[in-house]
Ligand binder design. Structure first.
Ligand code: HMG
Ligand code: MG
Length: 301
């Protein structure tokens, strides 16, 4: 009996954005650039480079304009995040052609993260998305707290699906559906992604798991079986949202790639080059890298 699995999977590397945004100490801009260059060398073709958010709220992303100016590669899908009109105007002053907007299903989380209700964020974003599509941008919508919220607890599947519907009607190209605080169980991941896959047949669907409770690989496995073949992951398992208490790192790119390749699923990612990229940023981090694959690598160098 064989599992129902895809032949290949697309990894969307979120390390330079989700991975670094929660770092306490400012990572020098030059190191971020080398990290991004190293991730590219490892074969990562889709990447969140940075975010155009308020530098008062997230000082680590204060160098977004310089990162985009120096790192943008038109042969890859380089994505930048923007939460509002001001962020989009900053994107328009760059050459970047792929934007991620982000909203929480949970109103309480959205207020903490963006200082607006979910409804008000959507009202602001819908005309923004229309404008982006008229200018031929690739638009990704990140759906936070799709399973659980640090303030409201369990989120109804139907509320997550409704928010996805609003984004798809607004014209986005991709939905990245996130377990922000790493609390989803593998059966919950399967159930939600199975329904999303059945409903949104013309939209790219991506799963974004945080590994707070070490369930990310299990959730990826059940999401694969629900038909998902795109995953957001972060080199070194770095990451977390500063406004989601208890959130820790994303699924580690190296552990996900290792698992998938061992299962015969192609990712296009070169693990030894990925280790080199992580080695560039590691001395500047205020946390340990805990991914299984990196720890083995660190013992051998
Ligand atoms: P606010 O204070 O309500 O904003 O913050 P405001 O509109 O009242 O403006 C206040 C000041 O901020 C003004 O400047 C604006 O110009 C400036 P001042 O006049 O005081 O000098 N401002 C901006 N500056 C730069 N870029 C902007 C921008 N907007 C306003 N875009 C705001 C509202 C949305 C700005 C703030 O709440 C914010 O920046 N939030 C971002 C939080 C964030 O980055 N969270 C992490 C990313 S989401 C995530 O990690 C989840 C995800 O990974 C999926 C998952 O795991 O769940 C995607
Ligand atoms: Mg995240």
């Amino acid at each position: 009996m064989m599992l129902n699995l895809p032949e290949k999977v697309t990894i969307i590397e979120v390390g330079p954005r989700d991975g670094l945004q929660n770092e306490k100490l400012f990572v020098p801009t030059e190191i971020k650039k080398q990290f991004i260059a190293g991730l590219r060398k490892a074969g990562l073709q889709e990447m969140e480079l940075t975010s155009f958010v308020s530098p008062k709220w997230v000082p680590q992303m204060g160098d977004a304009a310089e990162i985009v100016a120096d790192c943008l590669d038109q042969n890859s899908r380089d994505i930048v995040l923007a939460p509002n009109r001001k962020g989009i105007d900053r994107v328009y002053s760059t050459d970047c052609k792929a934007v991620a907007v982000f909203v929480g299903v949970s109103n309480s989380f959205n207020l903490k993260n963006i200082n607006k209700t979910t409804h008000d964020s959507m009202a602001e974003l819908k005309p923004i998305i229309k404008g982006l599509k008229e200018r031929n941008y690739f638009v990704r919508a990140c759906i936070s707290t799709a399973f659980y919220c640090p303030y409201e607890g369990k989120i109804n599947e139907s509320d997550t699906i409704s928010l996805c519907r609003e984004f798809v009607a607004a014209g986005v190209d991709e939905l990245s559906v996130a377990d922000t605080i790493g609390m989803a169980a593998p059966n919950e991941a399967y159930s939600l992604f199975y329904q999303l896959k059945a409903e949104f047949t013309d939209t790219l669907l991506t799963a974004h798991f945080h590994d707070t409770r070490k369930l990310a690989l299990a959730n990826i496995l059940t999401s694969l079986q629900a038909g998902i073949d795109r995953f957001d992951t972060s080199a070194g398992g770095l990451g977390g949202c500063p406004f989601a208490p208890g959130a820790s790192g994303n699924a580690a790119t190296e552990d996900v790639v290792y698992m998938l390749e061992r299962m015969g699923i192609q990712t296009g990612v070169d693990l030894s080059r990925l280790m080199e990229a992580i080695d560039v940023v590691r001395p500047h981090l205020s946390r340990q890298i805990e991914s299984g694959y990196y720890r083995l690598h660190a013992q051998t160098v």
